[in-house]
Design a protein around this ligand. Structure first.
Ligand code: 6PG
Length: 269
């Protein structure tokens, strides 16, 4: 495992509302680009995004579903996938699908045929993982050994440095052939489904949205501690293969960063 080597673009904003607005600007800009400049006819006019879970994305999803973003993107061209899911039913309070359903899909009237959720309710998570992998490979016309290539993958950061449901020291961090696996979380809902690092790193753009003082130590370790063991901080293993890596932080989450905080001018505007 090679430690993170791609220099990320870091954008630090004062408050979480500004983080959500900046991330929403980028989301819409990337969507417009994907819809306009699709590589080939087969993928013409689509924007395929993998949503993150947990609590942080709530504000971003509410922002995207509100003014002016609800009118700034041709949402009929957007396909929604998930980076991970808890093994619970889709109407469970801990379901990542339910978060997106309540804050984004319902408001934007996204039809079910453009929402590709992981079957968290499945009796056998391993089967659900294989089914989701098959769905991704079909939707992206990416049979093994190719990888589904998302236009955008949204990620949060656990205070232990985990991403999606890839936790410190997890065997899933070593996965080199599967695109989706069933894993275990050390806390909360134990059984999970998650995309693997090769899928994350293949994305055209990887965006972290991280807010709150609780994440400051993990943010510094991931972004600045060259001695930290990557397997203990899975976010260090996120390095796009040819894509972009952008971090949106509020000042609390960025508080322990020591190097100058790159203020990347948002060229999307
Ligand atoms: C999940 C997420 C997970 C999340 C982090 C941060 O299913 O929980 O995909 O990776 O992004 O745990 O969670 P918070 O946003 O709740 O702090």
């Amino acid at each position: 495992m090679t430690p993170m080597s791609v220099s990320p673009e870091i954008r630090v904003l004062d408050h979480d509302q500004e983080v959500a607005a900046e991330a929403a600007d980028l989301f819409v800009w990337l969507g417009e680009q994907a819809i306009r400049t699709r590589a080939n006819e087969a993928e013409a006019g689509r924007f395929r995004v993998a949503l993150s879970g947990g609590s942080t994305p709530r504000l971003l999803y509410q922002t995207l579903a509100g003014s002016p973003y609800a009118k700034r993107l041709d949402w009929e061209r957007v396909e929604f996938y998930f980076g991970d899911e808890r093994c619970v039913p889709p109407d469970h309070p801990d379901s990542n699908f339910r978060l997106a359903e309540e804050t984004l899909f319902r408001q934007l009237n996204i039809p079910t045929e453009r929402i590709f959720r992981m079957q968290g309710e499945a009796e056998e998570p391993e089967r659900a993982a294989r089914d989701y992998e098959a769905l991704l490979r079909k939707q992206f016309s990416a049979p093994a050994p190719q990888w589904p290539r998302f236009d955008l993958i949204l990620l949060g950061l656990g205070d232990d440095g985990h991403i999606a449901s890839l936790f410190p020291q997890s065997p899933a961090l070593e996965e080199k052939t599967r695109a989706v696996v069933a894993t275990w979380a050390p806390q909360g809902v134990r059984e999970r489904l998650t995309v693997t690092l090769p899928v994350i790193n293949q994305a055209q753009t990887i965006v972290f949205v991280v807010t709150g003082a609780r994440k400051a130590a993990a943010v510094r370790t991931v972004l600045e501690d060259q001695n930290a063991i990557p397997a203990r901080y899975p976010a260090k293993l996120v390095q796009p293969v040819g894509g972009r890596l952008i971090w949106f932080l509020d000042r609390h989450a960025a508080a322990e960063l020591r190097v100058t905080k790159q203020q990347v001018p948002p060229e999307e505007e």
